[in-house]
Design a protein around this ligand. Sequence first.
Ligand SMILES: Nc1ncnc2c1ncn2[C@@H]1O[C@H](COP(=O)(O)OP(=O)(O)OP(=O)(O)O)[C@@H](O)[C@H]1O
Ligand SMILES: [Mg+2]
Length: 510
Amino acid sequence: MADESRLPGVQGFIDLLLASSAPSPVLDEVGTVAAVGDGIAVVAGLGRALADELLVFASGVRGVVLDLEPDRLGVVLLGPSEQVRAGEDVWRTRKVISVPVGPGLMGRVVDATGQPLDGKGKVTAVAERPVEARAPDILSRAAVSRPLATGLKAIDAAVPVGLGQRELIIGDRQTGKTSIAVDTILNQARSEVLSIYCAIGQRGDAVARVIETLRASGQMAKTIVVVAGDESAPGLAYIAPYAAMTMAEYFADQAQDVLVVFDDLTHHARSYRELSLLLRRPPGREAFPGDIFYVHARLLERAGQFTPEAGGGSITALPVVETQAENLSAYIPTNLISITDGQIYLSPRLVRKNQFPAVDLGVSVSRVGGKAQHRAFREVAGNLRVTLSQFEELEDFARFGTRLDDATRARLVRGAAVRAALRQPERDPIPAVEQLMVLLAAMDGMFDGLSEAEVVAAMESVRASVGDTLTRIATRIADNLPLDEDDRASLLKVARAALSVPEHGRDADT
Ligand SMILES: Nc1ncnc2c1ncn2[C@@H]1O[C@H](COP(=O)(O)OP(=O)(O)OP(=O)(O)O)[C@@H](O)[C@H]1O
Ligand SMILES: [Mg+2]
């Protein structure tokens, strides 16, 4: 039993810990803080502590064992390091770091340890689960076969994402990465998919804006927001994505589909680098520690579509990573590109043209989503990529003032119209049938020669015309059936009527 005299003034804090259902310290195993750094502590005298074990400091701060060495432990602090003093006592808890899981978290904003940040009282959990878990093995995995609709034309048509996929959202700062992730969550109002938005290292106002958007749309009720902001301890930023993944796994085990956004893993990698350097681990490329690949791989490996025997649910991961000056071959971006099943690349060149969402279809791929794509989209998508890539080549060429023949000029006009049709404002994800209608109309030439503003108006009319007449087609899309010639003809007919374009097309009209 612990010698009470060794615990001066600590009883109050122990009572507090017991009251807050946090893991209680094991009082017969006590060590001392040998050194404290920004976010880390070196602890001596706890020779039997385990990796990932939660420790409790006399100051009340908690920490996680990251490094095990014969005479010392490298500990990541989960609270303010200013409160921890060299020489203070540290206790083991014999528990690994865990977070609450369960439906009670839906609609809540929590920190990386699952504690509420929204002032709405205690989180009701069905259980506590360790934040680190083994990725499901191969036999528990099924093929990605069902689409996850983002509601964004440029993505659903050309870079489709499937449930259980890991698709990277990558781009320079301010290219609309967060916006794509948030729109995808908003679009889940049309599905049964639950969402988790994990904000890592972001400014408070940016996170507040996302939460506000989710609340205003009503989608917050089906979303958990996990926040480790830029002012929180680097240890919290480090464990936040694992915590979010653990929360997702609970739902996937109940055969539900979950979408998890990690915004962003650049900040996560930086926090981990900071901790590793302070713990004096040997730095590697770009000063990141050697295991940074493993840090992200073991997180994203936990996503997937699982077999009915393994719960039958799915976890779709949308990790976000920021590039510097469009450098896709920097260390963290290349790592993540190789871990994920494709990437949505947002280009600053398109942002400068005010082309939002700024998805660069030349560099974006979805390696498994095509199989899960709505069959109705497939044909449109093939043409779309070809039309756009031909157009972009010609566009550069035409800038030299070369004289163009009629066919080339027509292709330029069509390309410009199709690109304009891919534009979409923020917070306005649209259903599949409306996307299809707009894209078919653009590819058919109904938007040729229109100004940008006119294309916006035309898209509105086309979307508005999707009424009762098209429910049959909407049902076919929902059932993942391909569209036949008749369906396509009736979509185009409705679009033409909406735009008052005669049957034989706009060109013949002029
Ligand atoms: N579809 C869109 N239409 C118009 N503007 C958009 C669209 N998407 C994003 N934007 C604008 O682009 C800017 C950047 O968006 P966002 O914050 O999503 O980018 P980000 O890449 O996440 O930025 P950061 O690097 O700061 O995280 C914002 O001002 C946003 O309003
Ligand atoms: Mg962002």
